[in-house]
Design a protein around this ligand. Structure first.
Ligand SMILES: Cc1cc2nc3c(=O)[nH]c(=O)nc-3n(C[C@H](O)[C@H](O)[C@H](O)COP(=O)(O)OP(=O)(O)OC[C@H]3O[C@@H](n4cnc5c(N)ncnc54)[C@H](O)[C@@H]3O)c2cc1C
Length: 267
């Protein structure tokens, strides 16, 4: 297929995923940068901050939203946030403007777009709880019309912005409470939780019960600190990560009859 892009705003960037991806696995790859007004190709995979991704040696063609999509607009009772906005900036904005509801975004690495697609959250705090609507492929869609649940949302398109009905009342105590949960997380590079928690159980508990906590293959390991974190101990390779994911899945299935579902996205 021949794709024609409007010039000159469309450009590509070489991103080294061994540095950019939070799990520090990958290689340099060309990424198309999308800015407002650009045609959005349908044959490229959209990435955000790559905090939930495991990049293979042969990823699909990639694209990401450019910096024009990282913005805040206070608009007639709504706060509109561009989908490329990093979570850290969202928390700082909420603090500065005394807004409630965004505390859980602290130390939850990523962009707003990634949070929306994953319905990212901590405990009972999820991005869909405070959301009003998302601009998907140019159309504002109320959240009620978007199928979503625990760590997923069927956006079926590219989210470029979202609106929130942000109430006053930034809560530093809640922030500290949520930040203290992070003390139990490993400091080595990871992509957060590798598997979703199955109903009424915890993926970490099951991986540990299957005897895999701390299990290592090459430089990849199931963390000794939190068994659902696949951590890179140095020069971790994609194949070793895949091996450990498959091992945990098969052992948990064999012992407990539970099929773990990846939260991490394999590209
Ligand atoms: C140390 C650590 C801790 C973490 N803790 C948590 C946690 O507590 N809770 C939690 O939920 N997650 C957690 N994560 C995972 C990660 O932070 C979230 O999934 C985050 O939302 C990923 O955002 P991202 O921009 O990096 O998305 P990416 O990893 O780049 O992409 C994730 C998915 O979002 C899609 N996507 C990205 N942008 C858009 C867009 N604009 N429109 C449509 N789809 C899009 C991508 O196609 C992909 O399918 C953690 C990760 C790490 C490394």
């Amino acid at each position: 297929m021949i794709l024609v892009y409007p010039e000159p705003s469309v450009y590509t960037k070489i991103i080294d995923f061994s540095k950019y991806a939070s799990i520090r696995i990958g290689q340099p790859a060309e990424v198309l940068i999308i800015e407002p007004g650009d045609a959005i190709p349908t044959d490229r995979y959209l990435i955000g901050g790559a905090n939930n991704l495991l990049i293979s040696p042969t990823p699909p063609p990639l694209m990401m939203l450019g910096k024009e999509y990282a913005y805040f607009k206070d608009k007639s009772g709504f706060l509109e946030i561009g989908a490329a906005t990093p979570t850290g900036r969202i928390v700082s904005y909420a603090k500065k403007h005394n807004l409630a509801g965004f505390e859980f975004c602290a130390k939850l690495p990523g962009t707003l777009g990634g949070m929306l697609a994953m319905n990212a959250g901590v405990k009972s705090y999820e991005i869909f709880n405070i959301l009003h609507s998302i601009k998907i492929d140019g159309i504002w869609t109320p959240k009620e019309k978007i199928v979503h649940g625990y760590r997923f949302a069927e956006l079926n398109g590219i989210a470029t912005a979202a609106r929130f009905r942000a109430a006053k009342g930034y809560d530093p105590e809640l922030l500290n409470e949520l930040l203290s949960l992070r003390n139990g997380q490993p400091s080595e590079p990871s992509a957060g939780s590798a598997f979703k928690n199955p109903p009424d159980d915890y993926a970490g508990r099951l991986i540990e019960a299957a005897g895999l906590k701390g299990y290592r293959k090459g430089d990849m390991a199931w963390s000794r600190m939190h068994a659902n974190f696949l951590v890179n101990m140095g020069n971790g390779q994609y194949e070793d990560a895949l091996f450990l994911l498959a091992l945990a899945k098969s052992e948990v299935k064999r012992r407990y009859g539970i099929v773990l579902q990846e939260e991490i996205k394999l590209l």
